[in-house]
Unconditional design. Structure first.
Length: 287
């Protein structure tokens, strides 16, 4: 990895992170860490959000080898000392708009920037999947990663577009809330779901109502949407399957739809996005 005298990167808050040399020891939010790993950069530590627990969530990790990367904690359990103990020379976090560092206590985030440069990438509803991917690619290049642009993503997009034309199945994304509730994703609010829509996939829009990103409803409402494919939140903070497995309306969804695991915090890399598109393509072809 080539080393430079001065390193700078302007993040999505407009803050300039600077160092006297290219950072080599990166601590990152798990989604960001998984993304950097896909670019050939190994983080020295990762952390979770307030939705996570004492162990890293494999569903969020992509191809990141969790057994080889130190997990520093999550949310209220992530202290300044734990992050600094990893001796980072850069912290990479995400935000869902507004500039607030996601998954980190605001006071911890404030004091963290007094000790180490912090880069925050916006992955929220105002950003396209392409924009988020390109932003992380730019950060990775600044850290010495080589461009890994290839044909895998382009091919996956073409094949998905063709599959959507040939097999116009309806795709519903959801996050189980428990035995009596389910959170139905609003496609326009999620970069990955918006990308599916742009490629011709018939993403299902839940009814209007409160909730910017999700419409919280009962399983009967989910069944009434009659999806052909259901993207089911596979993260650890989603309700466990046994909590709703016997619900007749869930059983109706499961009987009528192809079920795919879904990580709403998809790593923002070409390879991860290609895998996601290929997964949906395969399901559409089977409908």
């Amino acid at each position: 990895m080539e080393r430079h005298a001065v390193w700078e990167f302007t993040d999505d808050r407009g803050h300039v992170a600077a160092a006297g040399d290219v950072p080599l020891r990166v601590v990152a939010y798990i989604q960001a860490g998984a993304t950097l790993w896909d670019h050939g950069i190994r983080p020295v530590g990762i952390f979770g959000s307030f939705h996570d627990g004492d162990a890293a969530d494999p569903a969020k990790a992509g191809t990141l080898p969790l057994g080889e990367v130190r997990y520093l904690g999550a949310g209220a359990g992530l202290g300044l000392e734990a992050v600094l103990a990893a001796e980072p020379d850069l912290v990479v976090a995400v935000t869902y708009g507004g500039g607030q560092v996601y998954g980190v206590d605001p006071d911890v985030a404030k004091h963290l920037e007094e000790h180490v440069p912090v880069v925050v990438v916006d992955v929220g509803q105002g950003r396209s999947l392409t924009a988020v991917r390109e932003r992380f690619a730019g950060l990775a290049r600044s850290l010495g990663a080589r461009d890994r642009a290839g044909t895998e993503l382009e091919r996956a997009m073409r094949e998905l577009e063709q599959a959507a034309q040939d097999n116009p199945g309806r795709v519903l994304a959801l996050s189980p809330g428990g035995p009596d509730s389910v959170h139905l994703a609003r496609p326009a609010k999620w970069p990955d779901l918006s990308a599916l829509t742009a490629l011709g996939v018939r993403t299902v829009e839940p009814p209007q109502g409160p909730g910017a990103n999700w419409s919280t409803a009962g399983w009967a409402q989910a069944a009434a949407l009659t999806p052909d494919i259901a993207l089911v939140d596979s993260r650890a903070n989603a309700a466990a399957h046994e909590q709703y497995a016997a619900d007749p309306h869930w059983l109706q969804v499961a009987a009528g739809a192809r079920l795919l695991p879904w990580n709403p915090e998809l790593p923002a890399s070409e390879s991860a996005h290609a895998r996601f598109f290929a997964q949906v393509t395969g399901a559409l072809r089977d409908t």
